[in-house]
Design a protein around this ligand. Sequence first.
Ligand SMILES: *Cc1c(COP(=O)(O)O)cnc(C)c1O
Length: 407
Amino acid sequence: MSGSAPVTRETFDSVMLPVYAPATFVPVKGQGSRVWDQQGNEFIDFSGGIAVTALGHCHPALVAALKTQGEAIWHTSNLFTNEPALRLAKKLIDATFAERVFFANSGAEANEAAFKLARRYAIQRHSPYKTKIIAFHNAFHGRTLFTVSVGGQPKYSDGFGPKPADIIHVPFNDLAAVKAVIDDHTCAVVLEPVQGEGGITAVDADFLRGVRELCDKHQALLVFDEVQSGMGRTGTLFTYMQYGITPDILTSAKALGGGFPISAMLTTNEIASVMEPGVHGTTYGGNPLACAVAEAAFDVINTSAVLSGVQQRHQYIVSRLEEINHQYHAFSEVRGLGLLIGAQLQPKYQGKARDFLAASVEQGLMVLNAGPDVIRFAPSLVITSEELESGMAKFEKAVKAIVEAQG
Ligand SMILES: *Cc1c(COP(=O)(O)O)cnc(C)c1O
């Protein structure tokens, strides 16, 4: 720290591009599902870095992997391959439908690769006019211009000039709406098995089956964005596994590195075969540090102990939310899968999700929103029962404070 002036939350407002509105405190340390700020105040973390820190903060297996790799080799570029990337790719392939892996650094980049691959596959195998992408209202796929355009929230994609063309949005879970727009010019249907940013909405099994059939009929690829719903978040390694519907392309990020930036796009040999050296890439994709940490996270998450624990924790959170709601009537619905849970605010609290977050911070709890009307819970998959109980007690106090203030 020698020679640097102290930084505080206020520093943010004068040095950062104003695209975020961070909380009033600055976290400096984390352990498990506890976080401490600059003043030493303690918080329970139900936000999980937005479904990223799936094993909590500073999990010993991840710290060990990072240290070991940090003393071996950090970066080589894709002019050379590396052992952690190859090992991680093999594990992802062994555990899923996939036969080929592409590594990148963020969810948006994995999706960008997925959409480019879907377009290229359709153009090469079928026709230069087979470029239509069908996506869904309220979907979120990242912030590059292509991914934000496939995303279904115009407020994120408007105002940046011309968007990539031939992208159609229809209501989520509405099979008739997909049927009405899908045709032989469609290259892909893209969806999140649980819409995350859009408000924690799980896909309906019948809808998903129907979409799979429509894709097969029109030779369109089915792309699952499991950036948020994957890596154990809903109780199976990927959410598609509990629906029994297999995608052609799947993207993973967020929890994949447990807090170290990495993403992956998974696909089959047949689809991968339209790619060749030079067609796509990224400098950091498959970085050894990222892959070593992700491999360690994978080894812990893809165990029955961790995955079955997700369901128990889900039950606990949902039952506590129901108790709290019985008393305070703040929510109209509690929904979601595994440890991706949304509490929809009653109309009288419309637009007030951020107020609930601020009230939670007052109680020493970090929690998320998913849009203006939904409180989102995405804690560590291995959060202890003591941390869970403490966090829910804090949340109850936050709800009480808001409800009483509202009158
Ligand atoms: C977070 C998220 C993304 C974007 O990931 P980044 O790492 O922020 O680029 C894409 N899709 C879904 C479903 C997400 O939740």
